[in-house]
Design a protein around this ligand. Structure first.
Ligand code: ADP
Length: 346
């Protein structure tokens, strides 16, 4: 029998057979919001597992500031909208209602319209980004052409052209990142999966990083186990790992140390990048994978950051059933670790 924080009541057993017939996901909670029971749709939409999650507070499973705020209201007349904790493509409408004084019912359903909107947004972003590539190439071409003429010798114009070139580079990087994100978001095809030689992939990325990193002269150390790869999409894994390495370089002051690991940890495989750089304040950690989120906008702009890198990482990991764990101490450094299930090893 699962451990209830509150004893189950006879009516809960009756409820349970009733809620299974409902068209929506439904959970029966105690007034303290402890999960008592729920239907199969709640498992699919909300990721609640029975009996494992019985006895847990619903806020531990639906970790969303919108939901937490919704729960603090006095009346629950209108539902709240949150993203499903197990599928970020699903927008859920959640309603909570008291059932007598002893039980609370939480109902949830997916909103189909949201899917369509999200698909439209993805296609729009991909099209616009693609269309921006040509004009940017033309502008870059002209700037480079002018820089080779006598005009560029004047220090004033040198500065002007340098600025234009810098901004064009930023836009090119942004467009590249947007295209990369929409590609990862749109990729639903498991056919691209194949064995990926992670040790070689990581070593190549580290070599590239050392080459690109000559200015800041970080010490980049590696600890890479050989002969273990993962079954996945090589281009995506490369982009995820490269993003973590380039972030460590961007947010670690000159002379810092960056450790890149590929190791076994219990029954998991871990790719991790640890730096002794800026670090991140604890209250910012859970927002890092949001699109365009940057802890310090001006700092990130200086490093050429777009705020899309970790959003790309997050989507890549969704395809690989892997998890990103971020640990950081403000002012001391950060570690970004990707945990792969043993099942994906090859
Ligand atoms: P960006 O392109 O701005 O680097 P990311 O999505 O890759 O965007 O990262 C989001 C934010 O997370 C960054 O703007 C930065 O503030 C923070 N961040 C990422 N990696 C690190 C790191 N290794 N050390 C400190 N802050 C980091």
């Amino acid at each position: 029998m699962p451990s209830y924080s509150q004893k189950p009541k006879t009516q809960d057993f009756r409820f349970h057979s009733g809620i299974e017939a409902l068209p929506d996901a439904a959970l029966i909670l105690s007034p303290e919001l402890i999960i008592i029971s729920g239907n199969k749709k709640a498992q699919r939409l909300l990721g609640v597992r029975f009996p494992e999650d019985v006895g847990r507070n619903i806020e531990q499973l639906l970790v969303d500031p919108v939901f937490s705020e919704y729960l603090t209201q006095d009346n629950f007349e209108s539902p709240c909208l949150i993203t499903s904790p197990i599928n970020d493509e699903l927008q859920l409408e959640i309603s909570v209602m008291a059932f007598g004084s002893e039980r609370v019912i939480l109902m949830s359903r997916a909103i189909a319209k949201y899917h369509r909107m999200k698909k439209m947004r993805r296609e729009f972003v991909a099209n616009v980004s693609h269309e921006l590539k040509t004009p940017l190439t033309v502008v870059r071409g002209y700037v480079e052409m002018i820089q080779e003429t006598d005009h560029a010798l004047d220090p004033h114009w040198q500065k002007v052209f340098g600025t234009i070139e810098g901004q064009v580079s930023r836009m090119e990087r942004l467009v590249e990142q947007l295209l990369s994100l929409s590609k990862v978001e749109n990729n639903r095809d498991d056919d691209d999966m194949s064995p990926v030689d992670m040790p070689v992939l990581i070593e190549n990325l580290v070599e590239d990083a050392k080459w690109l990193n000559q200015e800041k002269k970080h010490e980049i150390r590696t600890d890479i186990i050989q002969d273990v790869g993962v079954f996945g999409i090589e281009t995506e894994l490369k982009s995820a790992c490269a993003n973590l390495i380039s972030n460590a370089i961007a947010y670690t002051p000159a002379g810092g140390v960056i450790n890149v690991y590929w190791q076994r940890d219990g029954d998991k495989l871990v790719f991790s990048v640890k730096d002794n750089g800026d670090g991140i304040k604890a209250d910012k950690l859970n927002r890092l994978t949001e699109r365009f989120y940057r802890v310090d906008k001006s700092r990130s702009r200086d490093t050429g950051g777009s705020g899309l890198g970790l959003a790309i990482v997050k989507h890549v990991l969704l395809h690989h059933k892997a998890e990103l764990i971020i640990s950081s101490v403000w002012g001391e450094g950060s570690e970004f670790a990707i945990y792969f299930d043993e099942g994906t090893a090859c």
